[in-house]
Design a protein around this ligand. Structure first.
Ligand SMILES: *[C@@H]1O[C@H](CO)[C@@H](O)[C@H](O)[C@H]1NC(C)=O
Length: 100
């Protein structure tokens, strides 16, 4: 079955990409708790992230978590690494310096 072969190859490719090391080490020393205070806005902000994450305005993305204090937004996104949407995590790698 040709389509099965393609699916298997694609799955392997995605797994390899997900495991690829990045140049930024996200803060993920402890397993994150998706419903902790640190993570709640990051998870529930999905629609907001979806609206702004493809843009170039970092401020709008940080507003999705905390409008008042972007340092808090950055900290929460970093602390929620491992629980957030993969697009949000990739954005964090590209835009934030999550301290290990
Ligand atoms: C980014 O978005 C904020 C609102 O969240 C706005 O105040 C600011 O002017 C925008 N910056 C740019 C460069 O568009």
């Amino acid at each position: 079955m040709r389509s099965t072969t393609i699916l298997v190859a694609l799955t392997a490719y995605i797994s390899a990409a997900a495991a690829a090391p990045s140049n930024v080490v996200p803060r993920a020393d402890a397993p994150c708790d998706a419903w902790s205070d640190e993570c709640r806005e990051v998870i529930t902000g999905n629609a907001c992230f979806a609206a702004y994450i493809t843009g170039t305005n970092k401020s709008q993305v940080l507003d999705c978590v905390d409008v008042e204090d972007h340092a808090v937004s950055e900290r929460k996104i970093c602390n929620c690494y491992g629980c957030a949407e993969t697009t949000v995590q990739q954005w964090a790698i590209d835009n934030l310096q999550c301290a290990p």
